[in-house]
Design a binder for this molecule. Structure first.
Ligand code: 5GP
Ligand code: SF4
Ligand code: MG
Length: 454
């Protein structure tokens, strides 16, 4: 998911809309914005893309100088409008709206305990647990109530809370997901990735530190919970795949990291080949790195159609099965008769890779050597990335040779875990690599999530 907040600007909702537009890659299922106009909360949430949900009229119905927003894809809870965010509730501390990126690992046990005490949940999302907890504490201020709620939850959260004229921005102590603070003239901005600031014309000030909670209002930014000390558990997969390459997260430029991953991949997994082709879009920077290090020319051998929306109607089987062809098409003249190094960021189920390899062979590629700029994905994520269940992950049960046969490549090589971590300036112990290594932070005591890893 992606979150964004603006404090102290007359066009707050409009700016958050732009921020969400830049963060659309972090969630395409639903989106929403909530604002405070000095008297009440206004909000609008719907299923679909940001550009389809909001128009001039809906934005005009979101007045106020304070706004938060969210783009969602479901990691916990169903894909339904009731789970769309920001979640908005009325509490003894006044109206609260929350937008959350991450996933709590103790949400189920907290929820059961709250329900046992009579709480009625409106959604199946883990985020609502935070609101219920905050709403129950008889604290003097909403800040105190939120801090008490956060003390009870475990897991990944980068969140923004709208509480009347202020926004509270909070990040879990391990810093799984990114969260950044920016400045736009007199206004303050918070977003999941710096590419949102670029579109707003805002300046990146700094990261919200792991564990830190900030209070933003007209008077400025105040820290209400201090940063936690390292080691952290920054999601390495943000750098591998999830974040946009024009963003800066965890203190490093994603596009540069991806290129380095490709260079390192070429060092560890060389191939006897003629050209390097990247799988658009996420495999392109790594393919460029592979090309640069190996000296093999990079060619745009696969072209992506960017206009395949959620509403694309798959033709009837009787016409033909399009599959991945709808999205990707090989450039025959560039790959025909060539030995191709095909670079992608990850293999999840293996089904897409298999189709792309077949496609390149049908376009005349003599050999296809698949190279992956991360280690084999062996386990699911419990911290906010929507990976399928363990049994659906091909590398959870198959060896590299079996995967190679399944995807139909002439050779297959993955980047090592040490190699991946060597491409980052931040020390290795500050990254979560659980889906690649099987070493899960925070999970040892949580039977509910442990069960899912088995
Ligand atoms: P597979 O061959 O496993 O079917 O698909 C691999 C492709 O899925 C890669 O190109 C990779 O970029 C993409 N991918 C990896 N993780 C995710 C994810 O969480 N969501 C989506 N939509 N694609 C992913
Ligand atoms: Fe990121 Fe993988 Fe850790 Fe999830 S398990 S936070 S995707 S590195
Ligand atoms: Mg991809």
């Amino acid at each position: 998911c992606g979150v964004c907040a603006v404090v102290g600007h007359p066009d707050a909702a409009n700016l958050v809309y732009l921020g969400l537009y830049a963060l659309q890659h972090r969630g395409q299922e639903s989106a929403g914005i909530a604002t405070w106009d000095g008297h009440r909360v206004h909000s609008h949430r719907a299923m679909g893309y940001v550009a389809d949900i909001f128009d001039r009229k809906t934005l005009d119905r979101l007045p106020g100088e304070v706004a938060i927003g969210h783009v969602r894809y479901s990691t916990a809870g169903d894909s339904a409008l009731t789970n769309a965010q920001p979640l908005v509730v009325n509490t003894q501390h006044g109206p609260l709206a929350v937008a959350h990126n991450g996933n709590l690992v103790n949400a189920l046990s907290l929820r059961h305990a709250l329900e046992g005490e009579g709480a009625i949940f409106q959604s199946t999302s883990d985020t609502e647990v935070i609101l219920h907890l905050a709403a129950r504490f008889r604290a003097d201020s909403v800040e105190e109530a939120l801090l008490a709620a956060l003390a009870a939850v475990k897991g990944a959260y980068s969140l923004v809370v709208l509480a009347r004229e202020r926004v509270l921005a909070a990040r879990d102590p391990l810093g799984f997901r990114p969260l950044l603070l920016g400045r736009l003239g007199e206004a303050w901005v918070v977003a999941s990735e710096s590419c949102a600031f670029d579109l707003l014309g805002a300046e990146l000030v700094r990261e919200v530190a792991p564990g830190e909670v900030l209070r933003l209002d007209r008077a400025g930014v105040r820290q209400i919970r201090p940063a936690a000390s390292p080691p952290y558990a920054h999601c390495v997969f943000e750098h591998v795949y999830f974040a946009r390459p024009d963003s800066r997260v965890f203190g490093e430029d994603v596009g540069i990291v991806r290129q380095r991953l490709g260079e390192r991949l070429a060092l560890e997994q060389p191939a006897d080949a003629d050209v390097v082709v990247g799988v658009p879009d996420s495999g392109i920077p790594a393919a460029l790195g592979y090309s640069r290090f190996s000296g093999l020319p990079f060619v745009l051998g696969l072209v992506r159609n960017h206009y395949v929306g959620r509403t694309f109607i798959e033709p009837k089987q009787s016409i033909r099965h399009f599959g991945v062809k709808v999205k990707l098409n090989p450039v025959r003249a560039l790959v025909s008769g060539k030995r191709v190094v095909l670079v992608d960021d990850s293999i999840v189920r293996g089904t897409t890779s298999r189709k792309i390899v077949t496609m390149l062979k049908q376009a005349g590629a003599r050999e296809v050597h698949l190279r992956i700029s991360s280690p084999p994905t062996i386990g699911p994520c419990f911290y906010g990335i929507d990976t399928p269940e363990r049994r659906e992950l091909i590398a959870s049960s198959a060896t590299v040779e079996v995967i190679r046969q399944f995807v139909g490549a002439d050779s297959l090589g993955y980047l090592s875990e040490a190699g991946m971590l060597a491409c980052l300036e931040t020390p290795a112990e500050n990254f979560c690599t659980a889906c690649f290594s099987g070493r899960y932070p925070l999970l040892e005591t949580e039977s509910e999530t442990l069960a899912k890893t088995q």
